[in-house]
Design a protein around this ligand. Structure first.
Ligand SMILES: [Zn+2]
Ligand SMILES: [Zn+2]
Length: 66
């Protein structure tokens, strides 16, 4: 029997999640629920912004100008 991979803990909401992505503005690893928006630039490059950084007007403007 293969043991299931340990779930990750989201840096923002502290909940267990099977999927984490780093926020490009505060570098925390966040789950899908904490991810506010994602911009895809190419197949390999994408920018993630969390809900906290989205609330920061300066960071939000930076994200939107991408
Ligand atoms: Zn979370
Ligand atoms: Zn963030």
């Amino acid at each position: 029997m293969v043991k299931a991979a340990k779930p990750y803990i989201c840096d923002r909401c502290k909940k267990e999640t099977p999927f984490l992505e780093p926020c490009d503005y505060c570098s925390r690893k966040i789950c899908r629920a904490c991810e506010k928006s994602a911009a895809t630039h190419s197949k390999l490059l994408h920018t993630i912004i969390c809900r906290d950084c989205w609330g920061d007007l300066h960071k939000r403007r930076k994200f939107k100008s991408l």
